[in-house]
Design a protein around this ligand. Structure first.
Ligand SMILES: N[C@@H](CCC(=O)N[C@@H](CS)C(=O)NCC(=O)O)C(=O)O
Length: 230
């Protein structure tokens, strides 16, 4: 019998993508909480699985894999599910959009949220740059979705799952009016939210007492760089 996949999880955007895939496919998995607000991502035992000290990571049949896009590709190739059109052109689209989300949507939105909600005041240039780039990336996705139901056309795929992970906090990440600025993203988000797998993902956080407060320990855990001169 196949061993369950160990899934290192915190209820944040990147692990949510993997949770959705696992729930969509019904792969047996064991949820292992990593409370990034308490600094558990920096434990040596976790860094042996992901040297980058971030979630998600999985251990599948004894093999450790980290980074949400790598995990989605690994699991999709393993099961043969949610890869869209298997032609060379179809797979080129899948890789292009998956990497666009991994290298554009994720980092720029992440930095925009950092400078909006966490950085000390007075960093207008950085705030403007990251908000501008995040907005630009989301606008590209929204325009792409204006003429097709899913990111790869008619097929629901790991690209939609990768996007959904980031959609979940969009109002917090990109402002309260984000859903009206990006109506096609909103439409896809609602569509995926209604799927039974997404409803099950929404229940996962309640299984653990994840730390909610943003206090000194949280800041030290998430922002190891501290302040200049510290
Ligand atoms: N490129 C990575 C990014 C992973 C990442 O940034 N994870 C966040 C949660 S969404 C995290 O672990 N944050 C804790 C930290 O930065 O210390 C991926 O796609 O998996």
């Amino acid at each position: 019998m196949q061993q369950p996949v160990d899934f290192y999880y915190h209820p944040t955007p990147n692990p949510s993508k993997v949770a959705l895939f696992l729930e969509e496919t019904g792969i047996a998995y064991r949820l292992v909480p990593v409370d990034v607000h308490k600094g558990e991502q920096h434990l040596a035992s976790f860094k042996a699985i992901n040297p980058n000290g971030k979630v998600p990571a999985i251990v599948d049949e004894g093999i450790a894999i980290f980074d949400s896009s790598a995990i989605l590709l690994h699991l999709a190739h393993k099961t043969g599910d949610f890869l869209g059109d298997r032609s060379a052109a179809g797979q080129a689209q899948l890789l292009s959009w998956l990497m666009f989300i991994a290298s554009g949507i994720g980092p720029f939105t992440g930095q925009a949220v950092h400078f909006t909600h966490y950085a000390p005041a007075g960093q207008a240039y950085a705030l403007h740059r990251y908000r501008f780039e995040a907005e630009r990336h989301w606008a590209i996705i929204d325009e792409h979705l204006a003429t097709r139901p899913y990111m790869l056309g008619d097929d629901y795929s790991i690209v939609d799952m990768a996007l959904w992970g980031w959609c979940r906090g969009l109002a917090y990440l990109m402002g309260e009016d984000a859903w009206t600025r990006f109506p096609n993203v909103a439409r896809l988000y609602q569509q995926i939210n209604a799927r039974p797998a997404a409803l099950r993902v929404a229940e996962l956080p309640a299984r653990f007492a994840f730390k909610q407060e943003t206090d000194e320990q949280t800041r030290a855990s998430l922002f190891a760089h501290g302040l200049p001169g510290q």
